[in-house]
Design a protein around this ligand. Structure first.
Ligand SMILES: Cc1ncc(COP(=O)(O)O)c(C=O)c1O
Length: 334
């Protein structure tokens, strides 16, 4: 039933595999499964950021990347870091404004890569992937979609025209807050080869046990996501009616909901300390419900509201989740 955890750093010199940094049967099993879900060829990485930075390595020196102003702050930091070293140029845009993004692509002669994250972390903005991909391809620009929030069950960017999909497999794919892993999925064999070459060189490879756990997580992704997304839809509705909540960011699918509290940072800081079932922590996509005020991170873009709390809705009983949130919100608005 199960692919074993193949613990080896090297292989007999006569076989197909040679050295542990270049390949592993447990990775291959994970890559086949994820590749099938996304409709392409997958590569497993040590973390989401290992995957993100490996993709950025494909941009030639002096090339330019257009990216969302509200993407995951690690991805934005990687872009800023590369820019500060003169490696590339980054332009940040509002990816919900399709026309503005197309204008930015057309205005930038050096643009090599359009980076999309849809929905974005933590603003939950959704990009028009087919329209943006079509415009980028007319200009010979590659398109990457960070599909971490949607998962391959709710969105398959390659089928919408994108060239590269990236995941923090740490989140929904592994699903139990016990693994750090990343993945890239591509349609094109040449791009696959280039990314694998970068992975081999950087050694940005996952451990076989982590990969096995992520593969196990993948098996229950549909039932976990179905339950978490139903809980999220329910909580989004209830939050919108609460007087302590100014606005609810929720794209209408997935299991992340981001209420913005009218009391700003103080109210949000109170909320994350006043519950017993919700766990105050960063990260997301596990079976347990977790939350945090995103602006507590210095690197978070200043355009993210101070009172935004990113909820990663888990698979607990929704009445328990709401009761815990409601008693804290009631104390804020009292
Ligand atoms: C959308 C998104 N992409 C990439 C990453 C980076 O993944 P990792 O933490 O596995 O390196 C994260 C992490 O939070 C994320 O939320």
């Amino acid at each position: 039933m199960n692919v074993p955890v193949v613990l080896t750093s090297t292989y007999g010199a006569t076989g197909e595999l040679e050295y542990g940094r270049f390949g592993n049967p447990t990775w291959s099993a994970f890559e086949e499964a994820l590749g099938e879900l996304e409709g392409g060829r997958a590569l497993a990485f040590a973390s989401g950021m290992a995957a993100v930075t490996t993709i950025l390595d494909l941009v030639g020196n002096g090339g330019s990347v257009i990216a969302p102003r509200h993407a995951y702050n690690g991805s934005l930091t990687a872009l800023a870091d590369a820019e500060s070293r003169g490696r590339l140029r980054a332009t940040l845009v509002d990816t919900t404004d399709t026309e503005a993004v197309i204008a930015a692509l057309q205005a930038d002669e050096d643009c090599a890569l359009l980076w999309l994250e849809s929905p974005t972390n933590p603003a939950l903005e959704v990009a028009d992937i087919p329209a943006l991909t079509a415009a980028a391809h007319e200009l010979g620009i590659r398109v990457v979609v960070d599909n971490t929030f949607a998962t391959p069950l709710l969105q398959q960017p390659l089928s919408l025209g994108a060239d590269i999909v990236v995941h923090s497999a740490t989140k929904y794919i592994a699903g139990h807050s016990d693994v750090l892993m990343g993945a890239i999925v591509v349609a094109d064999d040449e791009v696959h080869g280039a990314l694998k070459g970068r992975r081999d060189l950087a050694g940005a490879v996952p451990g076989p046990f982590e990969t096995w756990l992520a593969l196990r997580g993948l098996r229950t992704l549909p039932v976990r996501l179905e339950r978490a997304a139903a809980n999220a839809a329910d909580l989004a509705r209830r939050l919108a009616d609460h007087p302590a909540v100014e606005e609810v960011r929720y794209p209408g699918f997935g299991a992340i909901v981001a209420p913005v509290l009218s009391g700003g940072a103080d109210a949000a800081d109170f909320l994350v300390r006043a519950t017993s079932l919700w766990v105050h922590t960063t990260s997301l996509g596990g079976v347990e419900s977790t939350f945090e005020r995103r602006r507590r991170w210095k690197l978070e873009p200043a355009t993210i509201p101070e009172g935004l709390v990113r909820l990663s809705v888990g698979i607990e009983d929704v009445e328990d989740l709401w009761a815990d949130l409601e008693q804290a919100l009631d104390r804020i608005s009292a």
